[in-house]
Design a protein around this ligand. Sequence first.
Ligand code: CA
Length: 238
Amino acid sequence: MGAHVLVVEDEEKLARFVELELVHEGYEVTKVYDGREALDLAIQGDFDLILLDIMLPGLNGLEVLRRLQGSKPTPTILLTARDAVMDKVSGLDAGAVDYITKPFAIEELLARVRVALKLHGKEAGRGMAGGEQAEEDEYTWGVCKLSKKRHMVTYDGHEITLTNREFLMLETLLSNQDIVLSRDTLLEKVCGYDYIGETNVIDVYIRYLRSKIDDAYNVKMIQTVRGVGYVIKSEGEV
Ligand code: CA
């Protein structure tokens, strides 16, 4: 059986659509339309991932997330309305692993579900099982440390908050130090092999990472190789 996903969305058509797509991918799905019911279910049940709308009857999604973090932390992807920047920030602060803006392409949602489950050590849907080899847990570059198990990045002991994709991007670069990675390679690692969209999304994530690490700590960790891609050099400029 695939991972068990709790879908919390009061727009019933959307909830149904997401449920069908997830079931098609081999996940087990429970759906619920109300925030308070969602919280009860999430605490009683054993879900691998929660897709959580923010504007909900009963209890809003952020409140569900906060209470859940206090009692039963479960990887959660928030569904937010377009342009609700504050929701995104509050959501990530409250412990969401990712968010997706409505309206979204279903492929995008499925890709994020896969990434979130992979990051949290869960099996994906049917047909993707097995082969989870023992991998290294920690990568370092100078005083920058990334721990997969703890899903945490620190620089000289200071925690750096990254989104799932930024984290995956950094993990990919750190685990391949001195190897120049093309945008296509990074795209596949970060967004999934069936990602449909622009490869310049990679440049955007690189920019985010640089602002959070390179600029914040005045280092040159991520190097651009013109016309090829990006690399972190083990003997880089610290
Ligand atoms: Ca809603």
